[in-house]
Design a protein. Structure first.
Length: 285
């Protein structure tokens, strides 16, 4: 309800970043519903991967692998390699009666759509070297990927642009709570946009509550991001990175008719949400 009251009809939610491969995230509508199936937008799942200090801290405290960035990358590669072997063995068994099918493995099964580019990989990465590690892994396994957070993206914007990387920036209005945020700057979205990098802005709710997403975009404008680009970063461009731009993110014939009426420009401090329509039906705010 809070998300809908803030003027957002569609969200992409993912598992946290404590584990190297956190699991499947999905896209959902903020309409009222009793069970998640009533809210989910089917066919738009994503797979969460995490690099950097979060998995290091989680497992380092337990004195378990991975305790280094090298181990983090190695274990992700190992699982993707196992999933590729699992996928190939299963494919051979389907066409060759003499080939044995692999034993069912739920973890590897979940990675098969990622290897087939049916499900994009979202890499939690703040530091520049973590983003580059994600790109190397994505290139090695031919993954459709998005970089999430991209805090040091402004330091390697030219490389990210050359690689065709896409970045979800944020949260922008938090403190430097850990070392990998030392180069955090509100100018990051503007610098990435100037390099031609497709981007969205997020709050990483509940790290920063979702109602502050328009404020985050407005602050990015103050720091140099074009106002239209900032609005796109929380509407159509965000929908593009979530894989649902064919349904939401803009007012076009044939889409879901998700419409939000504001009392002023969404970035204005005086703006209030007057009405929200989801799938063409008005819902409470």
């Amino acid at each position: 309800a809070a998300t809908r009251q803030a003027g957002f009809t569609t969200c992409c939610t993912l598992p946290g970043s404590a584990n190297l491969i956190g699991g499947t995230g999905f896209v959902f509508k903020t309409r009222e519903g009793q069970v998640v199936e009533q809210l989910q937008v089917p066919g738009h799942d994503v797979m969460k991967f995490a690099l950097g200090e979060n998995p290091k801290m989680t497992y380092g405290e337990k004195r378990e692998t991975p305790m280094t960035r090298m181990a983090t990358a190695a274990l992700i590669r190992e699982e993707l390699y196992k999933a590729r072997e699992y996928m190939n063995k299963r494919a051979r068994a389907e066409t060759d009666p003499d080939a044995d099918a692999p034993d069912y493995d739920a973890k590897l099964e979940a990675l098969v759509p990622v290897l087939r580019r049916e499900v994009p990989a979202h890499f939690h990465a703040h530091r520049a070297d973590d983003m580059l590690t994600a790109i190397r892994i994505a290139r090695e396994f031919d993954l459709d990927y998005v970089l999430v957070h991209g805090t040091e993206g402004h330091l390697i914007a030219d490389i990210l642009a050359a690689e065709g990387a896409r970045v979800i920036c944020g949260p922008l209005l938090t403190d430097r709570s850990k070392p990998e945020l030392s180069h955090q700057t509100i100018e990051n979205p503007a610098r990435l946009a100037r390099a031609g990098i497709p981007l969205a802005i997020c709050t990483d709710h509940p790290e920063l509550p979702i109602q502050y997403l328009p404020l985050s975009a407005a602050m990015a404008v103050r720091a140099g991001l074009d106002k239209t680009a900032a609005l796109r970063a929380i509407t159509i461009d965000a929908a593009q990175l979530a894989g649902v731009a064919d349904r939401v993110g803009s007012l076009e014939a044939g889409k879901d008719a998700d419409v939000v009426l504001c009392s002023a420009h969404p970035f204005s401090m005086d703006c209030t949400i007057q009405a929200v329509f989801i799938d063409g039906k008005q819902t409470g705010v």
